[in-house]
Design a protein around this ligand. Structure first.
Ligand SMILES: [Zn+2]
Length: 271
């Protein structure tokens, strides 16, 4: 818990905290973020009035240059925070940070002041979103067992195979995720490399599966990112149910997927 004096006086009233509390509640209920697993962040472009100037000593260097985040604010869950507690007390578990105008350093403004070790990774991913999909301002990382289990099937352990096999099992899944699922081969948890590999994929993909680790979702809000995660997780649950029944599902015909995406004007996003 921080003892520093915040730079804003209305942190608890900021609207994004409700999105954190709600999403943390559902992550916890679903059992996707066990222990202190997973983390969330939201980027905001609007200006917030500060109570005083930020001392230059408060700025911490980032190991990655994030020019598209220059002069913006990011909410981020704190190190070791648990979703089941974040749901009840978001002001204690979520911190607000300012990214400096040089895009190379950040400082704490309010709330939790011990950011997740994945702060640089989150910044790298937000930087890619701000450049390529500016409406998507939320990032959620969690550990759904049905999704991690897919990585244990060698023939599914890549973007094309897992997208083609799993998103074919329900008629709306590919409609929500026409680009399919991005896939990052094994990286050290919490590493900048994992963030940089994900940043390359979120240019196109709403969801990125991390090999034997978990999944990253992006969206206009945390609730929206959660929607995408639910769609993918539902299909994965169906896959494991069918496999347990001795069925290796074939799923929808290619022509039916193409017809559906054409009807909704999303065929150009289908790869
Ligand atoms: Zn994780």
């Amino acid at each position: 818990m921080h003892t520093r004096q915040a730079f804003i006086d209305n942190f608890a009233d900021l609207p994004e905290l409700a999105d954190f509390a709600n999403t943390a509640h559902w992550l916890s209920l679903r059992g996707w973020s066990e222990g202190a697993g997973g983390n969330m962040s939201v980027r905001i472009d609007r200006k917030i009035t500060l109570l005083r100037d930020i001392p230059s000593d408060d700025y911490i260097q980032l190991p990655v240059h994030v020019p598209f985040l220059a002069d913006t604010l990011i909410y981020l869950t704190g190190s070791g925070t648990r979703t089941r507690e974040t749901a009840l007390n978001p002001t204690q578990d979520v911190g607000l940070y300012y990214i400096a105008k040089d895009g190379q350093s950040y400082c704490w403004l309010a709330g939790n002041s011990s950011p997740t070790s994945e702060l640089p990774a989150h910044c790298a991913i937000h930087n890619a979103l701000a450049e390529h999909r500016p409406d998507d301002k939320a990032i959620m990382h969690t550990h759904p067992a049905n999704l991690i289990s897919l990585c244990h099937v060698p023939e599914l352990a890549n973007s094309k195979a897992v997208s083609d096999k799993i998103l074919r099992l329900q008629s709306e899944a590919r409609l929500h995720l026409p680009e399919g699922i991005g896939y990052v081969p094994h990286q050290i948890p919490g590493s900048l490399e994992l963030g940089l590999a994900s940043a390359k994929l979120v240019n196109v993909h709403r969801l990125v599966l991390w090999h034997m680790h978990g999944c990253l979702a992006t969206g206009t809000s945390l609730a929206h990112a959660f929607d995408y995660m639910e769609v993918f997780e539902k299909c994965a649950r169906m896959y494991w149910t069918l496999r347990a029944a001795g069925i290796d599902p074939v799923g929808m015909k290619e022509e039916d997927i193409v017809k559906t995406l054409t009807e909704f004007g999303r065929l150009d996003r289908y790869t």
